[in-house]
Design a binder for this molecule. Structure first.
Ligand code: MFK
Length: 549
């Protein structure tokens, strides 16, 4: 055969559930008797969809990105956003399979979230990022559940958690304005009180993803309210009136983003949009945090899902691609590269699933005070750690394919583009590191994570793991105390280092515990490699020594 007759086969995805032994191993350990057998057939069905029809829908949605049509042929302003058929299929499938509903029906009590997030984990990487509207929808359902009045519960909540595609609503979360996505205290949207008892909203929202949603949750400042975040309130609005017209909303344009090409993200103005306040005026940031703490968990699930997808493709490719006389899977260096990616994903998986487990408990009133404080800090940690990991894993995955990884029609570059948003969306790494400090300061989360770690480490069977992790924790505690003494700038200036190191220690403890529980060789290897090859130390940096000119 000549060189020109050679054609490389592409890797083929198989059932996304059965191909992922860690997911089933994990669920079997964590779920009560009988539940795994009950939900596995459904996860298998989703695993088939994710490796089959969803891929074609996603492809179609990506190739036909949303279009903003500002005017009808006769010049009337319509601000329509047209989306692809594949995108609509994703929504239909999500509703039918209860991707939101399962989290709120709570059929499996505190384990319902584990079930729901396992579905999301299978769904996300084949969904063309329909997982983003789902994240905001879930967050909105939680905010309405916590703070909404009876009318909101009987209307919005019912639609958001419906399994009927004709009834199902998605929600936007419109928090970001031109002045910033991180510092929302400067929100300039004004809420005018109306005679009806409701409000009308006036302002510009700069990133509104899923602008085709039926409703949105947003922040605005009631007239006369104080400046800063304390004066903000949380509002609920419906985008269209019963006749289907936008309710005083002007869409300016769709964002031209690096990735997430099928997802419509718009800039828009609220020009007297009718809205209702959620949970009374004030404490808007605290209230919307119930929403973004959910979307941050989604973000972390999407990260582990995407890591898994990339690794699976790279592993499959390594079995069919020959170079230097043998398959890539037979080259020790390549195998080591793949193993390190697998390790990163396995660690992240444990971390995120732990947060999901706690979320389920908290929502069912079964979390202790310590567990709630632990969830509070694991949420930003899971989001920030996995958001970074998915970018580096995806980059390495592309490299595993050589030049093919850099060519658009292989579908591989999309993995990297879509990974980058996960580090940004719902709070950047630095903002979330500071959120960890906020949780330490306000919610006793430092004590909670320390207590949880010490208990887990005591229970480990492997004395070497116990020793390494205890020393790492003590060292981190010492450095943290030193930063506290050095003052707030030293503490915040080192927040990212502390967050990353604490997360790596925490993951090390989870991997070690899981290895003890399963006795599986792969789990033991992963725990051992994590402790030996991940940096569990963080030395306090003198933050006044900047290299910036
Ligand atoms: C998927 C594709 C996407 C497509 C492209 C999208 C591109 C990206 C577009 C974006 O812009 S995404 C940006 C999303 N933005 C965020 O996620 C917000 C990030 N910023 C933060 O998280 C800030 O830290 C925060 C807005 C919370 C700072 O606000 P404040 O008001 O200056 O904080 P403050 O005063 O510490 O907290 C106010 C209250 O909220 C406090 O409660 P109290 O009033 O009772 O004291 C806090 O304890 C509470 N709080 C804050 N964060 C919390 C929280 N409570 C629970 N959990 C949290 N995480």
């Amino acid at each position: 055969m000549t060189n020109s007759e050679f054609f490389q086969d592409s890797p083929v995805l198989k059932n996304q559930f059965t191909q992922d032994p860690l997911l089933s191993r994990y669920l079997k350990k964590r779920l009560p008797d009988g539940m795994a057998q009950e939900i596995f057939p459904h996860l298998k069905e989703l695993g088939d969809l994710a490796a089959g029809p969803m891929l074609a829908w996603a492809d179609e949605a990506e190739r036909n990105p949303p279009v903003h049509v500002p005017y009808d042929p006769w010049g009337r302003r319509i601000d329509e956003i047209r989306v692809a058929g594949g995108w609509k299929k994703m929504e239909e499938l999500a509703a039918k399979h209860g991707l939101i509903a399962a989290g709120y029906e709570r059929k499996y009590s505190e384990f319902s979230r584990l079930y729901q997030m396992s579905m999301l984990y299978l769904y996300h990487s084949s969904s063309a990022i329909f997982s983003c509207p789902l994240a905001m929808t879930d967050g909105a359902a939680r905010a309405v559940e916590l703070y909404g009045d009876a009318a909101m519960k009987s209307r919005a909540f019912r639609h958001l958690t419906s399994r009927d595609p004709a009834q199902f609503w998605t929600s936007g979360q419109w928090m970001t304005e031109k002045s910033g996505g991180s510092d929302v205290s400067g929100t300039s949207t004004v809420a005018k009180r109306e005679a009806s008892g409701g409000y009308s909203l006036w302002g510009v929202k700069w990133f509104t993803s899923a602008t085709t949603s039926q409703m949105a949750m947003t922040l605005a400042r009631p007239e006369g309210a104080e400046a800063g975040s304390r004066g903000l309130s949380l509002f609920y609005l419906e985008l269209r009136n019963p006749q289907g017209q936008l309710q005083n909303i002007r869409i300016h344009r769709l964002k031209d983003k690096l990735g997430t090409k099928a997802l419509p993200t718009a800039e828009l103005s609220l020009e007297g949009t009718p809205a209702q306040v959620v949970g009374g005026e004030g404490q808007g940031v605290r209230k919307i945090s119930s929403l973004f703490n959910i979307t941050r968990i989604y973000n972390a699930i999407c990260s582990i899902s995407q890591m898994r997808r990339g690794i699976e493709l790279a592993v499959e490719y390594s079995k069919i691609r020959t170079a230097f006389g043998r398959k890539l899977s037979e080259h020790p260096l390549h195998v080591q590269t793949l193993s390190d990616l697998q390790l990163e994903w396995m660690g992240c998986f444990q971390l995120v699933m732990k947060a999901v487990e706690l979320l389920g408990k908290e929502e069912c009133g079964k979390a202790s005070e310590t567990e709630s404080a632990l969830l509070r800090v694991l949420t930003p940690l899971a989001k920030l750690y996995c958001g970074k990991a998915v970018v580096s894993v995806s980059s390495e995955v592309l490299e595993c394919f050589g030049g093919a990884g850099y060519v658009e029609d292989t579908g591989l570059p999309k993995l990297l583009r879509d990974a980058q948003v996960l580090a940004i969306w719902e709070g950047t790494t630095n903002v979330l590191s500071l959120d960890m400090l906020r949780a330490f300061e306000k919610e006793k989360s430092f004590e909670a994570i320390q207590k949880d770690l010490i208990t887990r480490l005591k229970g480990l069977r492997n004395p070497e793991a116990q020793k390494i992790l205890t020393e790492a924790l003590n060292h981190l505690g010492f450095e943290f105390e030193s930063a506290l003494k050095a003052g707030p700038e030293a503490l915040s200036g080192n927040a990212r280092g502390f967050a990353m190191t604490l997360t790596r220690i925490y993951i090390g403890s989870l991997l070690s515990e899981f290895a003890d529980q399963t006795g599986d060789t792969k789990d033991s290897l992963a725990a051992r490699h994590w402790l030996l090859h991940r940096n569990l130390r963080c030395d306090l940096k003198a933050i006044q020594q900047s290299l910036i000119d």
